[in-house]
Design a protein around this ligand. Structure first.
Ligand code: ADP
Ligand code: MG
Length: 447
């Protein structure tokens, strides 16, 4: 049996009442010893609820929870409290620290509940952990004298004080600046790899997904799908992934907001929304919604480019989007460029390629790279261009993912990369991923 097994667990608040809330709906999962698992999804989708169910802090309305073969449902309150204290270390976004206690005493606190160890041993243990997370020097201060990142490390040290084998972290870096966040993520990684802790982390930030062995994607109280990033020693992948599945996985990494069904059906309105948001983050909901709708029509070929262009600067009250003329023109140009390139990738260019003495695929790669250079970089030398082409070729055939592409574009030329500026890289990669997304199912009449 796995270390943690959740079977068909649901948590329903106010069941039967008008305000019934299905916070968790039939969740099933298994987590192995020493795995690092991330539960990922938008705010309100039930991540914390699921974590609390695993922690034994929330009793599921239906379903079962087994930890180490023990059914939590069969435990009485005392047994549950003891189980929680011994097995589970919890780290919260809000740190849950007591402001009036010293940093050290905040760490010692949970040990006191267990009645374990004498004072001196407790103190030594606390200092060892404070050292481990790099804040031993702050041991005698009160928490408010520490930075946010340091305060979160109090939370981590405290979650380790009873040598709990399972660490549950609910948005542990949600409140931290990116440097402190990296730091905390590094500590968690070390706890998993070196101290062999099983880690379950909740986040709504896709940046961190690569840290985990596996990611559970949640939406509307359900676990929608599971992605294996890398095999942990104890988790055997069930089957080989097909190239289609791999392509799907890579796209879903780039667009974590898309569910499996959405990606598979490649719903036009959704693609249109992504395209619209990509180009228009400054616009409001109403404008965005209309943009999505019209972009969908454009992708499906129901609008031609002139019609789209026209409707962009038509006033909102007349059914348009209400952009000013200049913005509308630029916007329309950007959209057409993405569509052009997406179509290009699908079009039969074999004849042209032959006349140019090129492989069809090489021609497509060259054209896309030319577009990317023209749009964003202006100038690169030939050897940089060659490397870019080779990378884009690999991305188009899914030999590499978005992150690998990003890293290689940014890496100095001397070290084998293209040596582009980080901000450019970001734009280029974003553009390429949008082109890849729009490429799917674009119709013939999208002229
Ligand atoms: P997440 O951690 O993904 O943001 P939560 O698990 O905290 O989401 O909550 C899932 C849903 O359940 C949310 O819509 C939330 O408002 C609701 N919810 C959470 N706790 C309660 C409660 N005690 N009573 C009613 N609804 C709740
Ligand atoms: Mg939450």
């Amino acid at each position: 049996m796995s270390l943690i097994e959740i079977k068909n667990a649901s948590v329903v608040y106010n069941e039967g009442a008008d305000n019934q809330m299905d916070a968790l709906l039939g969740a099933s999962l298994e987590i192995e010893n020493e795995e690092y698992v991330i539960i990922f999804g938008p705010s309100g989708c039930g991540k914390s609820t699921l974590l609390n169910v695993i922690a034994g802090l929330e009793k599921p309305t239906r379903g079962e929870v087994y930890i180490n073969n023990e059914n939590l449902d069969k435990m009485n309150a005392d047994q549950l409290a003891k189980f929680h204290c011994v097995k589970i270390g919890m780290i919260f976004q809000a740190y849950n620290i007591l402001p009036s206690l010293s940093v050290r005493d905040n760490i010692i606190l949970p040990q006191m509940f267990l009645g374990a160890n004498n004072r001196k041993a407790r103190r030594e243990k606390a200092d060892e952990l404070l050292d481990k997370v790099g804040i031993l020097e702050q041991a005698d201060k009160i928490p408010s004298e520490l930075s946010g990142g340091q305060q979160q490390r109090i939370g981590i040290a405290r979650a380790l004080i009873n040598d709990q084998p399972i660490i549950l972290a609910d948005e542990p870096v949600g409140n931290l600046d990116s440097k402190s966040a990296q730091n905390v993520m590094g500590i968690l990684k070390g706890l998993n790899e070196e101290d062999k802790k099983t880690i379950i982390m909740v986040t709504h930030n896709p940046e961190y997904l690569d840290y985990a062995h596996r990611v559970f994607y949640m939406k509307d109280g359900k676990i929608e799908r599971e992605v294996v990033n890398k095999k942990s020693e104890h988790h055997k992948e069930k089957k080989e992934v097909t190239p289609q599945e791999k392509e799907f996985e890579m796209l879903s990494r780039s667009f974590p907001g898309l569910s499996e069904a959405q990606l598979h059906l490649l719903m036009t309105p959704f693609k249109a929304k992504i395209l619209a948001e990509y180009l228009t983050t400054p616009y409001d909901v109403e404008e965005n919604q209309r943009l999505s709708e019209f972009m969908g029509k454009r992708i499906l070929g129901k609008f031609d480019r002139a019609k789209l262009r026209m409707i962009l600067d038509r006033p909102l009250e007349k059914g348009g989007v209400g952009l000013d003329e200049r913005t509308a023109i630029n916007f329309s140009l950007e959209v057409e460029k993405v569509i052009e390139n997406a179509k290009l990738l699908q079009r039969d260019l074999s004849e042209i390629a032959m006349r140019l003495g090129l492989e069809e695929n090489d021609l497509k790669v060259k054209l896309v790279v030319r577009h990317l250079i023209r749009s964003f970089i202006k100038y690169v030398d030939d050897s940089q261009k060659e490397r870019m082409e080779s990378l884009v070729r690999k991305r188009l055939s899914n030999e590499i993912d978005r992150e690998t592409l990003k890293t290689a574009l940014d890496l100095p030329f001397k070290e084998g990369g293209v040596g582009l500026d980080k901000r450019l890289v970001k734009k280029i990669v974003r553009e390429l991923e949008v082109i890849l997304l729009v490429k799917f199912g674009i119709t013939e009449n999208t002229r």
